[in-house]
Design a protein around this ligand. Structure first.
Ligand code: BV8
Ligand code: ZN
Length: 260
């Protein structure tokens, strides 16, 4: 595993003009948000992602699925951005063009100050009517779930349809605008930082490869091995909340409020 302070990575980062930061659940792990795989814990241990993160799963048991997402939203509301989110937000103030592309459905990048975040898999904070698509405002506090985490989804004020989470489920198309913008940013990037993703879910997982094929330097930050190891030029192994601030303060003296 490469030392995050290796001169060649720092050199590459310093002179980068068009950077893409591609993130997965690992970037929010140190904020206490379970990674997607671990999210199937507690009341939902005996369910698979396919039972809970699909339209069929929602149609089969809307209260179970709505309860799971509201429990996850409550967890995000209680959480704070961690140093990894802050380092990514600071990077944008140090380089001409930084595009954050996330698979996460939390709003921690935004709360750390990142702007224009491209959410490839939607958001916990933008529920909509499953029938007419109308956005549905959510109460700040999430109601306490009933037995087994079940919670009846609200009804749409316009058509009375069930309200669903504003996320992209397995088998659903990704939002066109965000996907095209992310692919374009990757095509034009000279540096892609891939943080905390297993790289197993497509087509999002294709983003780092697009950047690599277009000639970008690709650096991965991950606590573990991932499907993306083979296509990265540098693999920085460790928790993003430690590795990213170290990388930033090494590349940009004074960054993260730390003199070097
Ligand atoms: C599509 C939102 C096609 C919901 C998510 C059969 C039928 C249908 C489709 C398919 C199929 N087979 C394959 C597919 C395609 C499918 C897919 O890729 N499946 C996989 C499982 C093989 N993709 C889709 O279905 C996509 N749509 O293909 O549509 C289509 C075509 C035509 C017409 C109609 C449709 C839609 C996929 C989107 C699914 N929604 N999220 C929700 O959140 O509930 S995916 C979800 O899992 C996440 O968003 C993320 O994208 C993905 C993986 O999660 P990660 O973020 O990577 O997290 P994970 O837990 O996996 O890993 C965490 C990583 O962090 C690890 O590497 C770990 O080491 C690291 N880490 C942990 N702690 C730290 C850390 N790193 C650093 N620091 C730390 N502290
Ligand atoms: Zn409606």
């Amino acid at each position: 595993m490469k030392d995050p302070l290796a001169p060649d990575i720092l050199q590459e980062l310093r002179k980068a003009h068009r950077v893409v930061v591609f993130t997965g659940a690992g970037v929010s792990a140190e904020s206490g948000i379970a990674t997607f795989r671990d999210a199937l814990t507690g009341l939902w241990t005996h369910f698979r992602a396919e039972d809970l993160a699909t339209l069929e799963g929602f149609q089969r048991d809307p209260e179970l699925v709505w309860g799971w997402y509201e429990a996850r939203r409550a967890q995000v509301l209680r959480a704070q951005p961690n140093p990894a989110h802050h380092a990514i937000a600071e990077l944008a103030s140090r380089l001409p063009r930084v595009t954050v592309v996330t698979q996460n459905v939390d709003d921690l990048h935004e709360r750390a100050g990142s702007a224009g975040v491209l959410h490839l898999h939607g958001s916990l904070h933008t529920p909509r009517c499953a029938r007419c698509g109308a956005p549905h405002p959510l109460p700040e506090a999430t109601p306490e779930p009933g037995g087994e985490g079940r919670l009846a989804p609200p009804r749409c004020g316009l058509c009375g349809g069930l309200v669903r989470p504003g996320v992209v489920w397995f088998g659903e198309m990704l939002p066109e605008r965000e996907l095209v913008a992310a692919q374009k940013a990757a095509l034009g990037a000279d540096f892609l930082l891939c943080v905390g993703t297993s790289g197993v879910v497509w087509p999002a997982a294709g983003i780092p490869g697009i950047a690599r094929d277009a000639g970008a330097t690709v650096v991965q930050v991950n606590a573990d091995a991932s499907d993306l190891d083979r296509l990265c030029h540098f693999n920085l192994r460790g928790p993003a909340g430690e590795v990213l601030p170290a990388l930033l303060s090494a590349a940009f003296p004074g960054a993260m409020g730390k003199a070097r």
